[in-house]
Design a protein around this ligand. Structure first.
Ligand SMILES: Cc1cc2nc3c(=O)[nH]c(=O)nc-3n(C[C@H](O)[C@H](O)[C@H](O)COP(=O)(O)O)c2cc1C
Length: 240
């Protein structure tokens, strides 16, 4: 398929063909493609949970309010944000920086110093929270004053951090869906689920959040709810 054909093919389907299973390799490949999505500072604060066993899948159907797309899905993958893993990911970056410094034989190279500053000093400022919202206020106030003199990424509180990880996770979800499409399978992204139930079923910690659940299968004609309508381009595309 050409890129245009893949974009065309990826349409939400809510009634998958019960006779056509999705080969495991299709999901494995789509998951790999999901991991290659762009994401904020390459922190990869996401997880992809494939409910493979019939038991896990049945529980997920229930958590997805037994909606048709879930009920008829051959496979389901849950996209999860893991803002709480920022320290672990930061350390992963710092370890790579050490290895790269060794590889190039210069621990004081400009690129090494910049990356060490970025992940060593800046990431904690971005991701650290004290539980009282004080760090959020600190970030907002400091960036407000710096912003009087020059452009700066405005500091945010907890809500801003959540938006950031959900943005990246949704991009991974789109990679996953396009990959399924390129391999001849349809998908339906779902936010109609009981997040508490999904978290419990996947045994996720408090810091994890459900971004979306994606149902996969071979779409049927009835599964497409009419033509893919969009508002006029003039309403959403602006050229400045
Ligand atoms: C974040 C998100 C949540 C969605 N949740 C549901 C859902 O719970 N159930 C459903 O049937 N479709 C759901 N959809 C699918 C949308 O309804 C669909 O993408 C939209 O109507 C556009 O149609 P298209 O995907 O065929 O282009 C969701 C889509 C997104 C991106």
């Amino acid at each position: 398929m050409t890129f245009d054909e893949i974009i065309d093919f990826r349409a939400s389907n809510r009634k998958f063909d019960p006779e056509v299973p999705v080969p495991a390799e299709v999901i494995e490949k789509a998951l790999k493609h999901a991991t290659l999505a762009p994401n904020s500072s390459n922190m990869q604060l996401w997880e992809f949970h494939w409910t493979k066993s019939p038991e896990a899948k049945a529980k997920m159907v229930e958590a997805c309010l037994s909606q048709m797309a879930a009920r008829s899905a051959q496979e389901m993958v849950v996209f999860v944000t893991r803002r709480d893993l920022w320290r672990k990911r930061r350390q992963w970056h710092l370890d790579w920086i050490d290895k790269d410094a060794e590889r190039i034989g210069d621990p004081n190279a400009r690129s090494i110093k910049l990356r060490r500053k970025y992940y060593g000093s800046l990431m904690p400022v971005f991701y650290f929270n004290d539980g009282f919202g004080l760090m959020g206020i600190f970030r907002r106030v400091t960036t407000f004053f710096v912003g009087l003199r020059r452009p700066i990424v405005r500091g945010e509180g907890h809500a801003g951090q959540r938006i950031s990880v959900h943005k990246s996770c949704a991009l991974a979800a789109e990679n996953f869906m396009l990959s399924c499409a390129a391999q001849g399978f349809h998908t339906c992204p779902m936010e109609g689920f009981d997040a508490k139930m999904v978290k419990k079923q996947l045994k996720l910690p408090r810091g994890a959040e459900i971004n979306m659940v994606i149902a996969v299968g071979k779409g049927t004609k009835e599964g497409f709810w009419g033509p893919r309508r969009r508002v006029a381009d003039e309403e959403v595309i602006f050229r400045h």
